[in-house]
Design a protein around this ligand. Structure first.
Ligand SMILES: Nc1ncnc2c1ncn2[C@@H]1O[C@H](COP(=O)(O)OP(=O)(O)OP(=O)(O)O)[C@@H](O)[C@H]1O
Ligand SMILES: [Mg+2]
Length: 328
């Protein structure tokens, strides 16, 4: 990993307006509420959080698949927010998304060879012969039989489909791959194969990853650094090992306490911390700290004031009035 910042997001906000329950009422759903993060060239930054906390929306904003409501996204030192579609094109090529659902994200009416070839055709990357050759190479790279390029997505298993999705994401030689829960839909045994493949590809092709998951166990194995997301905000971010050893945000602490494999014999014993209730509706955000209604450590100030996201230790950012493990 280098210190060079490949992607820098500053105060990214994404709101959706939707019709409210009352007739004619409109509500504002702020799915991403002021996220700032940096991804360094060559690293894997993991992002974890419960369902609905805004992970996919953040991913889409970062790769400019949807426009941000406000904030800045710099890629390779270039501000992307405000660029026209045409100006964006060369940068979009460099940043590719692997989708959450390998069943829904592949067009059922195109052969898998075409699915992988299409981005190259659209970008006029080479002549058709060369493109078809590269498709076969990409199939080999992701561990699929190049003879299967003429088949259709439904003829493949979930794990194979996710390999096709990965091959497609690599077709334009990106430097950044944003993987949105790439293994959540897969069986545990297949998950490991796909994760190993992604690790090998990272080494071979010098890729930078933003890896999204709702499972802290998965993220730990693949990430250099981890950001924990709650209700559209990153509440803690830091070096993966340090964060797992000594979480500082009560939400991180609670999430970690219920991951079985992190609490086996050689790990320090943790008490299970149950967080009550669900993630609140982002259109009805609590006052002060968004986590306070579910937080075991909450006091009056948490209800009144949103905590700032500050660097409490070198490289460790936390948004909490009562951080844990400050002295460790
Ligand atoms: N296109 C959209 N229009 C309106 N609301 C949306 C849209 N996309 C997402 N949202 C809302 O934004 C919030 C965050 O959704 P998002 O899909 O980003 O969460 P997530 O963390 O990826 O969840 P999951 O783990 O289930 O994939 C949700 O409240 C969702 O309803
Ligand atoms: Mg999602």
């Amino acid at each position: 990993m280098s210190d060079e910042v490949l992607l820098r997001a500053t105060d990214v906000v994404k709101s959706f307006t939707s019709r409210g329950k009352k007739l004619g009422a409109r509500s504002l759903n702020t799915a991403v509420n002021g996220v700032s993060l940096e991804v360094k060239r060559g690293e894997t930054l993991g992002i974890v959080g419960e369902s609905g906390c805004g992970k996919s929306t953040l991913a889409r904003c970062l790769v400019q698949l949807i426009p941000v409501t406000s904030g800045s996204v710099e890629f390779n030192g270039v501000e992307l927010v405000g660029l026209s579609r045409r100006e964006l094109r060369p940068h979009r090529r460099e940043m590719q998304l692997v989708f959450q659902d390998p069943y829904a994200s592949l067009n059922p009416r195109r052969t898998v060879g075409d699915i992988v070839a299409d981005p190259m055709r659209i970008n006029k990357m080479a002549g058709e012969r060369e493109i078809l050759e590269r498709v076969r190479d990409l199939f080999v790279t992701v561990g699929l039989d190049p003879a299967s390029v003429h088949r259709y997505p439904h003829e493949f298993s979930g794990g194979q489909r996710q390999r096709i999705g990965i091959a497609r994401s690599l077709s334009l030689n990106p430097s950044l791959v944003v993987a949105d829960e790439p293994v959540s839909a897969l069986d545990v045994s297949v998950q490991a194969q796909v994760l190993n493949l992604m690790a090998d590809l990272q080494d071979q092709l010098h890729l930078t990853y933003l890896f999204i998951a709702h499972d802290l166990g998965v993220v730990r194995h693949v990430s250099d650094r981890v950001g924990v997301m709650y209700l559209g905000e990153i509440v803690e971010l830091g070096d993966a090992e340090a964060l797992y050893q000594a979480p500082m945000h009560p939400y991180t602490e609670a999430l970690l306490s219920v991951v079985p494999e992190l609490n086996d014999t050689d790990a320090p014993r943790r008490e299970r911390i149950l967080i009550s209730g669900d993630v609140p509706d982002p259109s009805d955000r609590p006052t002060g700290c968004s986590f306070h209604p579910r937080c075991p450590a909450a006091t009056d100030i948490c209800q009144r004031e949103a905590p700032a996201f500050v660097e409490l230790k070198p490289g460790r950012f936390v948004a909490c009035h009562h951080p844990r493990n400050v002295d460790e």
